[in-house]
Design a protein around this ligand. Structure first.
Ligand code: HEC
Ligand code: HEC
Ligand code: HEC
Ligand code: HEC
Ligand code: HEC
Ligand code: HEC
Ligand code: HEC
Ligand code: HEC
Ligand code: HEC
Ligand code: HEC
Ligand code: HEC
Length: 492
C-alpha cells in the first residue's frame, strides 16, 4: 500500500491537484533524490504532504519536471535552496495561512498557526535579532511531517514534552534568553501524575501544550495566557470537568464546580483577587499532583501561616498524624471551602467537632468544643449588644467616637479568636476571647453612659423649659395685673 501511494505520488501535479487526473509528469525532484537515497527523500515517503501530492518544489521551489539537476534546481525556475530563519515559516505559511489554497487540498484544518505564532512569546526575535525564536519546523520538523494525531508526530502528546524540553530543559540555551526563567519544567513534569502516565504511554493526561497551547503560547504573566491565574481553573477544567473524558480514571470530576463556589474560587474568579489560590497553587504547576496527606497543611500554610502554626502545636497535630487525616481538609474540605462560621464549632449535629467528639468518644474534646462555642457565642452576642448601644447613642447625636474606636478593637479580637480556635485548647482560646469581652464591656458602658446622658440632658431640658414657661406666664399675668391697676386708677 505504502508503495502504491509512493508510485501514485509520481503522477501528482504541481499545484496539489488530485490523483487520477490526466497523466502528470513524474516529479523529478522526488525521483532523483530517491535514487540518491538522501535522508530527506527517505523521510518524505511518509510525509503527509507527499500523500497530498505536494512536491519538494512546493517548499524549495525549482522545476519539478526537469530531469537535470542544474535545470531543476535553477534560481530562474524559482529554486530557493534550503530556506533559513524566518523564510522557513513563510514557506509553510504560504499554504497554511491561505484558506483558499488549503481548500484546494480538501483540508479543513485551521489556518491561523502562523498568525498565532507571530503573536506568541516564541514569535519574539531571537538573539541574532533577525529571526523569530522558533519556526514551524522547530516543533514539526521539515520532512516526514505526519498528522499531529499520529504517534510519530513530534507534537503527539507523548512526544511534546521532549519537543518543548529541547530548549526549555537546556540551561545553557535558556540562560542566553532569560536567566531568571526556570528550566526544571520537564524534570518536575516527569514526577507528576500527568508526566508519569504520559511516560507510560497515556496520551490523555496533560502535557505542555494542553496547558500552554501550541501556536499561541504566551508569557505566564500575560493576562491572555492559558496559565494566567484567572484562566487556570478553566484550563484544568477542560479535562477535569469532562466526565466522559475522565471516565476511565474513576476520579471525581467536580473540582471546578466546587472550587467555583468556594471562598477561594469566588475571590479569584469573581473578585479577580489573584492572592487567592488557583488549582496550581495547591497542586503545583508542573508537579501537578494531589498534595500528599502530609503536605496539605504546608500548602494551606503558605498563605494561612497563623492557622497552620496554631494547628501544629495543637493536640490535633499528633492525633491527626496518627490517623493519617489531612490537617486542614478534614474540617474545611479541599475544593469547596466555604466561609467558616461559629456553627462549625460546638457539639450540635452540624458542628465539625461532633464528627469525632461525643460524650462517649474523645470526651475531653467534646467538653472543650462546648466551652469554646459558648465563649465565641458570648463574644458574638456581646458585640452585637455593644453595636446596638453605640448605634442608639449615635442616633441621638451623642459624641462617642472613642467607644466606636474601641468597638473596632473588639471586632479585631473576634477575628483573632476565629483564628485562635486552631489551638484547639480552651484555655488558650479563652486568653484571646477574654480581652475582647473586656473591651466590649467598656464599649457597652461608654455607650450606655452616652445614652443615659442623653436622657439626663433631655430631662434637664424639660425642667428648664417648664421653669422658663412658668416664669413667662407669671410675668405675663403680673404685667396684666399692673396694667389693670393702672386703668382703674385713671378711671378714679
Ligand atoms: C537529477 C537529480 C536531481 C534533481 C532532478 C533534483 N536534485 Fe536536488 N540535489 C541533487 C543532488 C545530487 C544534490 C546534492 C548536491 C549538492 O549538495 O549540491 C541536491 C541537493 C538539493 C538540495 C540541498 C541544497 C543545499 O544547498 O544543501 C535541495 C534543497 C534540493 N536538492 C532540492 C531539489 C528540488 C526542490 C528539486 C526539484 C525542483 C531537485 N532538488 C531536483 C540532485 C537532484
Ligand atoms: C513542507 C516543505 C518541504 C518539503 C515538501 C521539502 N522540504 Fe526540504 N526542507 C524544508 C525546510 C523548511 C528545510 C530547512 C531545514 C530545516 O528546517 O530542517 C529543508 C531542508 C532540506 C535540505 C537540507 C537539509 C540540511 O540538513 O541542510 C534538503 C537536502 C532538502 N530539504 C531536500 C528536500 C527534498 C529532496 C525534498 C523532496 C523529497 C524536500 N526537501 C521536501 C522544507 C521542505
Ligand atoms: C512551539 C511548537 C510549535 C510551533 C513552533 C508550531 N507548531 Fe504547529 N502544532 C504544535 C502542536 C503542539 C500542535 C498540536 C495541536 C494542538 O495542540 O493545538 C500543532 C498543530 C499543528 C497543525 C494541526 C492543526 C492545528 O492547528 O492544530 C498544523 C497544520 C500546524 N501545527 C502547523 C504549524 C505551522 C504552519 C507552524 C508555523 C507557522 C507551526 N505549526 C508551528 C506545535 C507547534
Ligand atoms: C503546498 C502547500 C503546503 C506547504 C508549503 C506546507 N504544507 Fe503542511 N500541509 C499541507 C496540506 C494540504 C496538509 C494536509 C491537510 C489535511 O490533511 O487536512 C498539510 C498538513 C500539515 C500538517 C499535519 C496537520 C494535521 O493534519 O495534523 C503539519 C503539521 C504541517 N502540514 C506542517 C507544515 C510545515 C511545518 C510546513 C513548512 C515546513 C508546511 N506544512 C508546508 C499543505 C502545505
Ligand atoms: C498541568 C498544566 C501544565 C503542564 C502540563 C505544563 N505546564 Fe508549564 N506552567 C503551568 C503553570 C500553571 C505555570 C505557572 C504559571 C504561574 O507561574 O503563574 C507554568 C509555567 C511555565 C513556564 C514559565 C516558567 C516557570 O517554570 O514558571 C514555562 C517555560 C513552562 N511552564 C513550560 C512548560 C513545559 C516545557 C512543559 C512540558 C514539559 C510544561 N510547561 C507543562 C502549567 C503547566
Ligand atoms: C527553540 C527553542 C524553544 C522551543 C522548542 C520551545 N520554546 Fe518556549 N520559549 C523559548 C524561549 C527562548 C522563550 C522566551 C524566553 C524569554 O524571552 O523570556 C520561550 C518562552 C516560553 C514560555 C513563556 C515563559 C514566560 O516567560 O512566562 C512558555 C510558557 C513556553 N516557552 C512554553 C513552551 C512550550 C509549551 C513548548 C513546546 C510546545 C516550547 N515552549 C517550545 C524557546 C523554546
Ligand atoms: C489534557 C487533559 C488534562 C488537563 C488539561 C489537566 N489534567 Fe490533570 N489529569 C488528567 C488525567 C487524564 C489525569 C489522570 C487521572 C488519574 O490517573 O487518576 C490527571 C491527573 C491529575 C491529578 C491527580 C489525580 C489523582 O489521581 O489523584 C491532579 C491533582 C491533576 N490532574 C491536576 C490538574 C491540574 C491542577 C491541572 C491544571 C493546571 C490539570 N490537572 C490539567 C488530565 C488533565
Ligand atoms: C486550596 C487548595 C486546592 C485548590 C485551590 C485545588 N485543589 Fe485539588 N485538591 C486539593 C487537595 C487537598 C486534594 C486532596 C488530596 C488528597 O486527598 O490526597 C485535591 C484533590 C484533587 C484531585 C484528585 C481527585 C479528587 O477530587 O480528590 C484533582 C483531580 C484535583 N484536586 C484537581 C483540582 C483542580 C482542577 C482544581 C482547580 C479547579 C483544584 N484541584 C483546586 C487541594 C486543592
Ligand atoms: C495562595 C494562597 C492561599 C492558599 C494556598 C490557600 N488559601 Fe485559603 N484563602 C486565601 C485568600 C486570599 C483568602 C481570602 C479570600 C476572600 O477574599 O474571601 C482565603 C480564604 C480562606 C478561608 C476563609 C476565610 C474567611 O475568613 O472567610 C478559609 C477557611 C481558607 N482560605 C482555608 C484554606 C485551606 C484549608 C487551604 C488549603 C487546603 C487554603 N485556604 C489554601 C489564600 C490561600
Ligand atoms: C478541627 C477542625 C478544624 C481544622 C483541622 C482546621 N480548622 Fe480552620 N476553622 C475551624 C473552625 C471551627 C473555624 C472558625 C469558625 C468561626 O468561628 O468562624 C475555622 C476558621 C478558619 C479560618 C477563618 C478564620 C481565620 O483564621 O481567618 C481559616 C482561614 C482557617 N480556618 C484555615 C485553616 C487552616 C489553614 C487549617 C490547617 C492548618 C485549618 N483551618 C484547620 C476548624 C478547623
Ligand atoms: C476528625 C476527627 C476530629 C475532629 C473533626 C475534631 N477532633 Fe478534636 N480530637 C480528635 C482526636 C482523635 C483527638 C485526640 C483524642 C485523644 O487523644 O484522646 C482530639 C483532641 C482534641 C482536644 C484535646 C483533648 C485532650 O485530650 O486534651 C481538644 C480540646 C479538641 N480535640 C477539640 C476539638 C474541637 C473544638 C473540634 C471542633 C472544632 C474538634 N476537636 C474536632 C479528633 C477530632
Amino acid at each position: 500500500m505504502k508503495y502504491l501511494i509512493y508510485i501514485l505520488g509520481f503522477f501528482v501535479g504541481s499545484n496539489g491537484l488530485v490523483f487520477g487526473q490526466a497523466q502528470k509528469p513524474v516529479d523529478q525532484c522526488v525521483s532523483c533524490h530517491n535514487d540518491l537515497g538522501t535522508a530527506e527523500a527517505e523521510l518524505f515517503k511518509h510525509d503527509i504532504h507527499f500523500a497530498k501530492g505536494i512536491s519538494c518544489a512546493d517548499c524549495h521551489g525549482g522545476d519539478r519536471r526537469a530531469t537535470e539537476m542544474e535545470q531543476a534546481m535553477d534560481k530562474k525556475a524559482g529554486y530557493i535552496g534550503v530556506p533559513k530563519g524566518d523564510q522557513i515559516s513563510a514557506v509553510c505559511a504560504s499554504c497554511h495561512s491561505d484558506p483558499e489554497k488549503m481548500k484546494r487540498y480538501h483540508s479543513s484544518l485551521p489556518t491561523n498557526q502562523f498568525e498565532n505564532l507571530k503573536a506568541s512569546v516564541h514569535g519574539k526575535l531571537d538573539l541574532s535579532g533577525n529571526n523569530r525564536i522558533v519556526q514551524c519546523t522547530t516543533c514539526h520538523h521539515a520532512h516526514g511531517i505526519v498528522s499531529v494525531k499520529n504517534p510519530a508526530s513530534p507534537v503527539y502528546p507523548l512526544n511534546t514534552p521532549a519537543t518543548c524540553g529541547k530548549c526549555h530543559a537546556n540551561p545553557t540555551y535558556m540562560r542566553t534568553y532569560n536567566p531568571s526563567l526556570p528550566v526544571d519544567q520537564l524534570e518536575k513534569y516527569r514526577t507528576s501524575i500527568h508526566g508519569i502516565r504520559n511516560k507510560k504511554g497515556d496520551p490523555k493526561t496533560a502535557e505542555c501544550a494542553s496547558c500552554h497551547g501550541s501556536h499561541d503560547i504566551k508569557s505566564v504573566h500575560d493576562a491572555k495566557s492559558s496559565v494566567y491565574a484567572l484562566n487556570i481553573p478553566a484550563t484544568c477544567a477542560a479535562c477535569h470537568s469532562n466526565a466522559a473524558y475522565m471516565k476511565p480514571y474513576g476520579i471525581p470530576t467536580d473540582q471546578f464546580e466546587k472550587y467555583s463556589r468556594s471562598v477561594h474560587g469566588v475571590a479569584l474568579l469573581k473578585k479577580h483577587d489573584v492572592s487567592a489560590p488557583a488549582c496550581n497553587d495547591c497542586h503545583g504547576n508542573h508537579g501537578a499532583a494531589p498534595p500528599g496527606v502530609e503536605s496539605i497543611s504546608k500548602v494551606c500554610g503558605t498563605c494561612h501561616a497563623l492557622n497552620a502554626d496554631l494547628f501544629s502545636s495543637s493536640p490535633h497535630k499528633k492525633a491527626f498524624d496518627e490517623r493519617h487525616l489531612p490537617e486542614c481538609e478534614t474540617c474545611h474540605s479541599n475544593h469547596e471551602i466555604l466561609p467558616p462560621t461559629e456553627k462549625m464549632i460546638g457539639t450540635s449535629a452540624d458542628a465539625v467537632c461532633s464528627r469525632c467528639h461525643s460524650e462517649k468518644e474523645n470526651e475531653k474534646g467534646y467538653v472543650a468544643a462546648q466551652q469554646m462555642r459558648s465563649l465565641i457565642d458570648s463574644l458574638i452576642n456581646e458585640e452585637a449588644k455593644a453595636q446596638m448601644l453605640v448605634s442608639e447613642a449615635e442616633q441621638r447625636g451623642m459624641e462617642i467616637s472613642d467607644a466606636k474606636f474601641k468597638l473596632r478593637d473588639a471586632h479585631q479580637a473576634m477575628l483573632q479568636s476565629r483564628t485562635a480556635i486552631h489551638s484547639f485548647n480552651e484555655e488558650k482560646f479563652a486568653e484571646t476571647v477574654k480581652p475582647g469581652l473586656a473591651t466590649i464591656a467598656v464599649v457597652k458602658s461608654e455607650a450606655k453612659g452616652a445614652v443615659e446622658e442623653y436622657y439626663f440632658r433631655r430631662t434637664g431640658l424639660g425642667i428648664a423649659t417648664l421653669i422658663i414657661t412658668i416664669l413667662a406666664v407669671s410675668l405675663f399675668l403680673y404685667i396684666r395685673r399692673i396694667e389693670k391697676n393702672g386703668q382703674r386708677r385713671i378711671k378714679l
